[in-house]
Design a protein around this ligand. Structure first.
Ligand code: GTP
Ligand code: MG
Length: 202
């Protein structure tokens, strides 16, 4: 699938006023600075669609983008950002969990993981929470351009082994670099398949 058209729709703090939920939706989440907004820009081939930054904590709202007039990509704030107050962190947590638990057209949540790091507790617990709440998700490794092939293969194998200690089956996994634009076709193909399923059930 090609993305021919991508435009910003709205930013919200409340899932209740997100755009009409009759279209399939795919959201991106993960630790602050993992590359969520950059990946949305790479997928849509638009350098400025989602706001990116070298400093963590850039995305603070639920941002909807309409793609090919037909489905949504959603850029979410990151978790695990240390430099915010407890009150603000609790507010973010509620905003994101309300969105994830109540957005019925959310077909798949992409959980982004920095390929350079070992499986972190915060990601592990977050994915457990997703499973407990039956929120469908896939994993996307980011920033693979920062690793050589051997280290990348080792990190991903270690990550999968750790996951398999607690999970019977692994979710779909994608391996990407936004600047090198690698792994993007696979994600778009996956979305295309899920879109077909969504539309045939409508
Ligand atoms: P928050 O909105 O703050 O949670 O961050 P985010 O997850 O949206 O990250 P963002 O896309 O803003 O990227 C954070 C930094 O990582 C920026 O400096 C990006 O240029 C860089 N970055 C993102 N993806 C990649 C990647 O695949 N490779 C490399 N080398 N850098 C990346
Ligand atoms: Mg962001």
């Amino acid at each position: 699938m090609n993305i021919k058209q991508a435009s910003f729709v709205i930013s919200n703090t409340n899932y209740k006023i997100c755009p009409n939920d009759n279209k399939a939706e795919y959201a991106f989440i993960g630790r602050s600075n993992v590359g969520k907004s950059s990946l949305i820009n790479a997928l849509t081939n638009n350098k400025t669609l989602a706001k990116t930054s070298g400093t963590p904590g850039k995305t603070q709202l639920i941002n909807h983008f309409i793609i090919n007039k037909n489905w949504f990509l959603v850029d979410l704030p990151g978790y695990g950002y240390a430099k915010i107050s407890k009150v603000l962190r609790a507010k973010f947590k509620k905003m994101i969990s309300d969105y994830l638990l109540n957005r019925h057209n959310l077909i798949c949540l992409f959980v982004l993981i920095d390929a350079r790091h070992k499986l972190q507790d915060i990601d592990k617990y977050f994915m457990q929470w997703l499973a407990e709440n039956e929120i469908p998700f896939s994993i996307i490794f980011t920033k693979i351009d920062k690793l050589n092939k051997n280290n990348l293969a080792k990190n991903i194998a270690d990550f999968k082994n750790k996951m398999l200690r607690e999970w019977e089956l692994l979710p779909e996994i994608f391996i990407t670099s936004s600047p090198q634009k690698s792994g993007l076709k696979e994600i778009l193909k996956y979305i295309e398949k899920l879109n077909l399923k969504f539309n045939s059930n409508q």
